[in-house]
Design a binder for this molecule. Structure first.
Ligand SMILES: *[C@@H]1O[C@H](CO)[C@@H](O)[C@H](O)[C@H]1NC(C)=O
Ligand SMILES: *[C@@H]1O[C@H](CO)[C@@H](O)[C@H](O)[C@H]1NC(C)=O
Ligand SMILES: *[C@@H]1O[C@H](CO)[C@@H](O)[C@H](O)[C@H]1NC(C)=O
Ligand SMILES: *[C@@H]1O[C@H](CO)[C@@H](O)[C@H](O)[C@H]1NC(C)=O
Ligand SMILES: *[C@@H]1O[C@H](CO)[C@@H](O)[C@H](O)[C@H]1NC(C)=O
Ligand SMILES: *[C@@H]1O[C@H](CO)[C@@H](O)[C@H](O)[C@H]1NC(C)=O
Ligand SMILES: *[C@@H]1O[C@H](CO)[C@@H](O)[C@H](O)[C@H]1NC(C)=O
Ligand SMILES: *[C@@H]1O[C@H](CO)[C@@H](O)[C@H](O)[C@H]1NC(C)=O
Ligand SMILES: *[C@@H]1O[C@H](CO)[C@@H](O)[C@H](O)[C@H]1NC(C)=O
Ligand SMILES: *[C@@H]1O[C@H](CO)[C@@H](O)[C@H](O)[C@H]1NC(C)=O
Length: 474
């Protein structure tokens, strides 16, 4: 390599810092940290605190995200500008993303405000086309933040080798208390007004809205970690109040028509519904129930989700088939991880669908899909955590999973998910790369503040690639 003048180096460094701090569009879909489709981490792995030195970069990323996720904390459903049709401020509410008003036949004589349109005009669906007005009410974005903040702060807490109170556990307590438990700000344990379609007939929730809370799995992971580490801030009182809330919500999920319909959905919606039911049963200590629900999933809708060529027909038919294949993969992976945790003697990873295929077959098929065909280049990053999870679980004897990661996402060892997708670190390539890059137990230089988002894809990913090149120069 040619010697690089130090002035050029520092100029490059300055430019790169600016590049990573470019203003980004702000929406619920774009955050300065990665919102994984879902995350379940066995608490025993975290509590053992026996982490490979190759995980230093991913741990540093998690520490940074623990701080980034709490910037607007705490969150409450009572802060939204509009109250649900029940009139109860504590009712969760969201609007179905793909529904649009059609005011043609309404007979209005003046222009209607978006809110008047929402009350007055019939709504119709355009699959895949987000209605931006839905974000006027952002309980869904707030909950997404709750789940990520709890997850990353619980992991950051575990890195501190303590059970004493610290900033990370204090944040979690405040966030959980405000969102779920506090008498004036806590969400009622139901989703009666989730993903309302809008219009006179759309002032009630739809079963697809149950999806809004699928990242309860991240909250469950965080709480299990605090419990396992005996964090003093996670008191017996908090634990029993959270169990009480969860028990009520589980009853709603399993008896309300919306919950029943959602878990009966044949596609990703059904898979995500089981993510919630299984993880919440684990949280309340109903292990037998968690195993039963896991079996219901794998003997039920899972059977029809992967065909003999490994494709997922219910996702392949959507307008964003690349995204949806990965989305359902993440849900199936999470159900398998939860099942394995609830019953260590089970082997969900080898359970075959009625077409004779496994989750790994679905992964392998998805890796052959060209995201360009459906114009989904922005969604490419969604595949990497799935590949890491599959490689960590099934192994990677031919090296094809690691090769895919190296090619498309060479920074993967700094991604947060690398921390929990273990023993992927066992791959020689990763260990050699991490050691050569000097990441043993420490962050890679220049990575500080670097961020990656899924939806934004290209812009931020470009920042990462340039940054990595710079790291190698050093
Ligand atoms: C996160 O925030 C805490 C508390 O302000 C601070 O001590 C810590 O250095 C921060 N960590 C990172 C990686 O920014
Ligand atoms: C909009 O409403 C008009 C009048 O009721 C109807 O003719 C038309 O088909 C509707 N368009 C859509 C896309 O639903
Ligand atoms: C009725 O409301 C719609 C939606 O705001 C608007 O586009 C339309 O122009 C209105 N009609 C009249 C006559 O003002
Ligand atoms: C979620 O967190 C992000 C990052 O801090 C913030 O930009 C966004 O406004 C938050 N969303 C809500 C609904 O609070
Ligand atoms: C926690 O313990 C690990 C392993 O002994 C060590 O590498 C790490 O530096 C410790 N972290 C803190 C914050 O003390
Ligand atoms: C919250 O409300 C419950 C009953 O509705 C009551 O028992 C409890 O004392 C209240 N807690 C606080 C902190 O006000
Ligand atoms: C789960 O439990 C229900 C109720 O006890 C039972 O009817 C069902 O057969 C069980 N499902 C499985 C897969 O064991
Ligand atoms: C599997 O599903 C895909 C997507 O729907 C379809 O193109 C393919 O023909 C199916 N394969 C078989 C063997 O049915
Ligand atoms: C998708 O298109 C981009 C831009 O043309 C190209 O760089 C990339 O290699 C394509 N990806 C695949 C998998 O064909
Ligand atoms: C060092 O990290 C970069 C990504 O930042 C990666 O492309 C490279 O392969 C790594 N070095 C080695 C020797 O693996």
């Amino acid at each position: 390599m040619l010697p690089v003048p130090s002035t050029l180096l520092s100029l490059t460094f300055t430019l790169l810092l600016h590049l990573t701090h470019l203003p980004r569009p702000v929406s619920a879909d774009v955050q300065p940290f990665t919102i994984y489709d879902n995350v379940f981490i066995p608490p025993d792995y975290v509590a053992a605190r026996n982490f490979s030195p190759a995980l230093g970069g991913s741990q540093e990323t998690i520490r940074q995200w623990a701080n980034l996720t709490v910037q607007t904390a705490p969150w409450t459903v009572t802060s939204k500008p509009i109250v649900a049709p029940s009139g109860d401020k504590k009712d969760y509410m969201s609007w179905a993303p793909y529904w649009w008003p059609n005011c043609t036949g309404v007979g209005n004589t003046t222009v209607l405000s978006p809110y008047q349109e929402w009350l007055t005009c019939p709504y119709y669906q355009i699959d895949g086309d987000f209605n931006p007005y839905r974000l006027t009410v952002d309980d869904i974005g707030a909950f997404s933040n709750v789940s990520d903040a709890v997850l990353y702060n619980a992991l950051a807490y575990s890195f501190e080798n303590t059970s004493a109170s610290n900033i990370y556990s204090q944040r979690i307590v405040k966030i959980i208390d405000t969102w779920f438990l506090d008498n004036t700000t806590g969400m009622n344990p139901n989703l009666n007004y989730a993903q309302m379609e809008g219009g006179p007939k759309g002032q009630v929730g739809t079963h697809t809205g149950v999806l809004d809370l699928h990242c309860m799995v991240k909250v469950v992971t965080g709480i299990l970690v605090l419990r396992k580490l005996e964090a003093v801030d996670w008191t017996a009182d908090l634990d029993s109040r959270m169990k009480a809330w969860t028990t009520q919500y589980l009853t709603w999920l399993e008896t309300n028509t919306l919950g029943i319909q959602e878990c009966a959905s044949l596609n990703n919606h059904g898979s995500w519904c089981f993510n919630q039911v299984i993880s919440l049963k684990i949280l309340v200590g109903d292990t037998a129930g968690a195993v039963n629900s896991s079996q219901t999933f794998f003997q039920g809708i899972y059977q029809g989700q992967i065909n003999s060529t490994g494709d997922q027909p219910f996702e392949a038919s959507r307008t964003h088939p690349y995204h949806y294949r990965n989305y359902n993969l993440a849900a199936m992976i999470t159900n398998a991880q939860l099942y394995k945790y609830a019953d260590p003697s089970a082997n969900p990873w080898s359970i075959k669908t009625k077409a004779g295929t496994t989750i790994q077959d679905a992964m392998d098929q998805t890796m052959t899909v060209n995201y360009n065909t459906s114009g989904e280049a922005d969604d490419i990053a969604e595949i990497y955590p799935n590949i890491a999870a599959i490689a960590a679980t099934y192994g990677d004897p031919s090296g094809k999973y690691v090769a895919f990661l190296e090619k498309g996402f060479p920074e993967y060892a700094w991604d947060a998910d690398f921390f929990w997708n273990q023993p992927l670190a066992g791959s020689a390539l990763v260990d050699a790369g991490a050691a050569a890059n000097g990441t043993n137990g420490a962050a890679a230089p220049g990575k500080s503040g670097a961020v990656r988002t899924r939806r934004l894809g290209n812009v931020v990913a470009a920042g990462w690639v340039v940054l990595s090149a710079f790291v190698m120069l050093l």
